[in-house]
Ligand binder design. Sequence first.
Ligand SMILES: [Zn+2]
Length: 139
Amino acid sequence: MPTRGASPNRVKLHHSYSIAELAICCGVHKNTIRHWQGRGLEPIDKSRPILFQGATVRAFLCNQRARRKRPCTHGTIYCLRCREPRQPALGMVDFLPMTPTSGNLRAICSQCEAIIHRRARWVDLARIMPGCTIQLVEA
Ligand SMILES: [Zn+2]
């Protein structure tokens, strides 16, 4: 299965792995290891059998994991349908207070028009949603 299930910490740093060993260690199919090679996982050298250094594998997996994360930059809310951070349509955002200090931002995705949500603290509103019109919505 995808890299998602492969925990970098299962790979021993000072161990070298064949493709088969690495597949077992990470709980993935051998073809997945070849796929990782295509995405930049480097073997120790060009000799056969192909061996991977544990430290290299772990760095690769950590890197892949970091790239999958899509942090929301200021002015965006993550859209589950687009799977991307998106700007609110027309720069309009509702704020629904949940606690005395925080609440939920609610807007419409500017790309696909799905409802998008983001948790936010009162004090952060102007900073994380610059240029947006924020409307307070009482429960
Ligand atoms: Zn969207």
